[in-house]
Design a protein around this ligand. Structure first.
Ligand SMILES: CC(C)(COP(=O)(O)OP(=O)(O)OC[C@H]1O[C@@H](n2cnc3c(N)ncnc32)[C@H](O)[C@@H]1OP(=O)(O)O)[C@@H](O)C(=O)NCCC(=O)NCCS
Length: 221
């Protein structure tokens, strides 16, 4: 009888305490990012994209201050680009479910607008959040109008998200891609890798998606 390893309980309590402390700090980083007025402020040169005949201004807003017509376009573009791909896998497409996700109060939007005619060209829905206990910038969506695709704008917008994430001490930029979406290759072309939280199971019926990420190398040193 007695206790075989009296030090073990103490060790576990210490580990739990350290984990709680780590989570508390991670949440502070996320909360601080969510309090930003305009995350683009320090990156003035990234407010304009001018390449391959696309001249755009970029701005960031929380969903709660977006105009109704912008919200309508955001949903419409996502549906035009993604509905078929969702329907071709086990996720399926559901208007109200998608709308609920996109209009959640936690959503931030990076938007590209044409400087030539004021039309909306593309957007990213992102959030500062804890993902499996890690402080991250989660990119929920990156959608461009078909006529401005493959001109460098998507890469530019992801660079903005990375700058914002890494300068605000978030550990990684994370996103979910559908395996059946050929445009998911874009993220591999800009050096996103399979995240450790991505399901290892190859069964496409249950796991039609992969989780990709880019790590904040500034925090590794
Ligand atoms: C995916 C998407 C955001 C990419 O943006 P983009 O502006 O068209 O891409 P870029 O021109 O910035 O391309 C950047 C790099 O990715 C590569 N790339 C882009 N799309 C690609 C594709 N479908 N397959 C392979 N590589 C691709 C480009 O060749 C380029 O490589 P380089 O830097 O070596 O020249 C855009 O095409 C889009 O909105 N697609 C529809 C919606 C979608 O699928 N979104 C992603 C899922 S949320």
């Amino acid at each position: 009888m007695g206790r075989k390893n009296p030090g073990k309980g103490k060790e576990k309590r210490q580990q739990r305490k350290e984990e709680q402390h780590r989570l508390k700090l991670a949440k502070q980083v996320v909360d601080k990012a969510n309090e930003l007025e305009d995350p683009l402020t320090p990156f003035h040169t990234f407010r304009t994209f001018n390449k391959n005949d696309v001249c755009a201004e970029l701005f960031i807003k929380r969903v709660i201050v977006l105009d109704e017509d912008v919200k309508t376009w955001i949903f419409d573009l996502t549906k035009r680009n993604m509905k078929d791909r969702y329907e071709q896998c086990s996720w399926g497409w559901n208007d109200s479910k998608k709308l609920e996700e996109m209009m959640d109060d936690a959503a931030w939007y990076l938007i590209a607008k044409s400087k030539d005619d004021g039309s909306l060209l593309g957007f990213s829905h992102f959030r500062f959040d804890l993902d499996e206990g890690i402080e991250v910038l989660y990119c929920y969506e990156l959608q461009l109008e078909p006529h401005v695709q493959r001109k460098g704008l998507g890469k530019f917008m992801m660079q903005i998200l990375e700058l914002i994430a890494f300068s605000n001490s978030l550990k990684k930029v994370v996103l979910t891609v559908l395996k059946n979406n050929k445009d998911s290759e874009f993220f591999k072309a800009i050096n996103y890798q399979i995240d450790e939280t991505s399901p290892m199971d190859d069964d496409e019926e249950y796991f039609p998606y992969q989780i990709l990420s880019k790590i904040n190398k500034r925090l590794l040193v």
